[in-house]
Design a binder for this molecule. Sequence first.
Ligand code: GLU
Length: 368
Amino acid sequence: MHLKNSKIIVIKIGSSLLVDDKKKIRKKWLSSFAKDIQKLKSKNKKIIIVSSGAIALGCKKMNYNKKNLKLDKSQAIASIGQIELMNLFSHTFSKYKLNISQILLTLDDTEERRRSINAKRTFENLFQLNYIPIVNENDTIATSEIKYGDNDRLASRVAQITNADTLILLSDVDGLFTKNPKIFKNAKLIKKINNLNKDIQNINIKGMTEFGSGGMNTKIDAAKICNLAGCNMVIANGLYLNPISLIEKKNNCTWFISKISKLHARKKWIISSISPKGEIIIDDGAKKALTNGKSLLAAGIKKVLRKFNKGDHIKILDNKRKEVARGLSSFSSEEINKIMGYHSNEIQKILGYVSKSEVVHKDDMVEI
Ligand code: GLU
């Protein structure tokens, strides 16, 4: 139901879907998954895959047991396994004429604004090139203090920074149950959660942490991050063949529905963020355009105050220095000093490289 209206979909797959208990690669499953992705692509959906499996495949290759690994050793194993993982995807996806690329992220890449904007741009460029980004945590350098810790959280951050409509967590369980289904026979699958904080109070999460790889708690945390970003999330059983088609056909899964729009969430994030790094003074024409919901262009800028970087949070002031709006600048203060007063189609010539045409895009701006 919700997948039909989603333009950007992030899909997270856990190691247990790729490698079974006997350390055998689930090739048939991966092919069925690729087929599902091909179907989504034919409907013009933009897909990002967050895949675990680097450590599992590294252990398989080196004949190690995952449970006995210390952090430094597991980082080396992840480095070996990550190539195995990408080879597996490359080999399978090429049969379905799907292009893939690799993105390895560290916590700061989504948590720090400038880096997250850069990452977002890379995702957008890959979409334009018709490539499917396959994301994993950069396990080889992340220490315990700077780790996402699990790919549920990583996937929710990826969904947040890319403005995704839906995050699909493919797990080894059908979804969220009223009780632990391994213990209680009368446990029921909850199909829809509309108000996460309220609905969750009626569910006994205790004892479910071991249930589903990564545990239910990390999945609920991921749902909170997604829902606040205006993104829906679904937990579904990925062990079956064609797991995405099954969501559409059977809907035997748990949906976490966001009550806020993506644009509203983004604007709230802008307004509540840390103190602005600089100010831009604009002319009356630009002020009028802004109040009519338009983006801020270089032509209407009179002056830049203080130094800031691309992606920084800035104040937009009128010629009486009254604050009109706040937003994220697509250019650094240094660049704006060069391009202000000029028409947008002259920017590339002045700077010598391709860049955005708006200084602050309307979606990145909140009127005060
Ligand atoms: N990044 C880890 C790996 O690829 C997995 C982390 C997780 O599954 O949560 O092996």
